[in-house]
Design a binder for this molecule. Structure first.
Ligand SMILES: Cc1cc2nc3c(=O)[nH]c(=O)nc-3n(C[C@H](O)[C@H](O)[C@H](O)COP(=O)(O)OP(=O)(O)OC[C@H]3O[C@@H](n4cnc5c(N)ncnc54)[C@H](O)[C@@H]3O)c2cc1C
Length: 411
């Protein structure tokens, strides 16, 4: 798939370690580093009664940290005021890797907050029937693998991913029955394919088994914004008034919200990062970062579709391979990329313009079948009727947009 290299937005942190995704890190002294991280788990109820740092909470907000006031009642306050008091916002591959990296460097009080629920463990049978509504397959290339190796998580990736060694593809004029083929011979690594959420599940498993005392994972909790301290203090000499304050909210119970304090905040919350937004909108006297969103001149959205390839064409001839990705560029300005799932179907990602009514106008499975017959005749036979129905009813999913934060991020 074409995202293989271009979407490994690395983010790393301290020194040379590289990770997946964007990340933002801020500390009271307004130091910014690009970084990566991760965590372990507990429910909201345990969180509010457990000996975690935390102050409970009344936050009056209308979704903007600038209007947040915290007249709060403290239920418990055991916050470490040391600089190893870290909050990671976003429990995706970047956040989880960063947390592991910090734990390996001796940080002992790392909390990761993820707004979605915890994914099933990587061994769970459900990964062979990957829920294409929730996730998509990604290819982990050399840089991503180097990060996983650095945090000793490569074994778990190997166990739950599958390898691709090349690609079969159709250009606009390539005959349906005769795809082009490319085997990668000059690469020092073999790309590993895995659902994005399963990669997160692998890292969660690593955290639970190796870093449980240092990293706490919390799911179904979102950070709505961060208020940065206005004072220029040394990270090793913090008082609670000099820490970053995060507005936290349960995503399953709208009445549960509180303020969290941290010496360091690491934003690995994806392309619509609330941490980044808070940096950019904070008062100018301690604004740590500026942000530029590049205009997207090639706007596309996507929907996923499972592809159930047989290894033969019915006459015993080998037709489909399980160790390549498949890619189609059409004259219709609709493209498809598909990566394999270990012990399961391929998952195709169909990219199209958000205004393309040939997809946005689909209402029934029958209409979707006609669409696949016309635009992707090579794949229509491996698409199930029930998946056509699901495809027609899907929403458009957005792709990340390139952006830059400066002046000193991503050193
Ligand atoms: C269709 C598609 C195909 C892709 N293919 C590839 C590929 O082949 N190879 C590749 O390397 N990359 C690919 N990518 C990009 C891939 O998604 C990223 O490389 C990877 O997921 C980035 O990890 P991340 O942790 O930075 O961000 P994300 O995976 O986006 O994780 C961010 C996490 O933060 C959470 N979050 C967001 N806001 C908040 C909040 N306010 N509070 C708490 N939590 C929050 C989100 O729920 C999410 O779990 C693809 C992306 C798409 C959309």
């Amino acid at each position: 798939m074409h995202f293989l290299n271009s979407y490994v937005f690395l983010l790393v942190l301290i020194e040379h370690c590289k990770v997946f995704g964007f990340g933002w890190l801020a500390a009271p002294r307004s130091r910014l580093l690009s970084l990566s991280s991760s965590s372990s788990s507990s429910s909201i109820s345990s969180r509010l009664t457990s000996p975690l740092q935390v102050q409970k909470t009344v936050i009056e907000t209308d979704n903007a940290i600038t209007t947040t006031t915290t007249t709060t009642t403290t239920l418990q306050e055991k916050s470490s005021l040391k600089s190893d008091n870290v909050v990671v916002v976003g429990g995706g591959p970047a956040g989880l890797s960063t947390a592991i990296m910090l734990a390996r460097r001796g940080y002992s009080n790392i909390r990761v907050y993820e707004r979605l629920s915890e994914p099933p463990p990587p061994q769970d049978d459900s990964w062979t029937q990957v829920d294409s509504e929730r996730t998509y397959n990604i290819g982990i290339s050399g840089r991503g693998q180097a990060v996983l190796r650095a945090i000793e998580a490569m074994d778990v990736l190997e166990a739950h991913s599958t390898s691709v060694v090349g690609r079969q593809y159709w250009e606009p004029d390539t005959p349906t029955a005769s795809p082009l083929e490319l085997t990668w011979t000059n690469r020092s690594y073999v790309t590993k394919c895995i659902p994005r959420d399963c990669l997160a599940a692998c890292l969660i498993q690593e955290i639970k088994s190796k870093y449980n005392s240092q990293i706490q994972l919390h799911f179904n909790i979102a950070c709505e914004g961060v208020e940065w301290p206005s004072v220029d203090v040394d990270a090793d000499d913090l008082s609670k008034n000099q820490m970053c304050q995060l507005a936290m909210k349960s995503t399953i119970s709208s009445s549960v919200f509180w303020t969290e304090k941290a010496a360091f905040v690491i934003g690995t919350d994806g392309f619509q990062s609330s941490v980044r937004t808070s940096m950019v909108t904070s008062p100018s006297d301690h604004k740590p970062v500026s942000f530029k969103l590049f205009k997207d001149t090639n706007v596309r959205v996507y929907r996923t579709i499972p592809l159930h390839f047989n290894s033969t064409d019915g006459n015993g001839r080998k037709k489909w391979r399980g160790d390549v990705n498949y890619s189609v560029r059409t004259k219709s300005d609709i493209n498809l990329d598909a990566l394999p799932l270990k012990d399961g179907p391929y998952l195709g990602v169909i990219l199209y313009r958000p205004w393309d009514e040939r997809i946005t106008g689909l209402k029934t499975g029958k209409e979707a079948r006609a669409f696949f017959d016309e635009i992707f005749p090579m794949f229509s036979p491996v698409i199930k009727d029930e998946d056509c129905q699901v495809f027609a009813e899907k929403r458009d999913s957005k792709l990340p947009v390139f952006s830059y934060a400066g002046p000193s991020i991503h050193k």
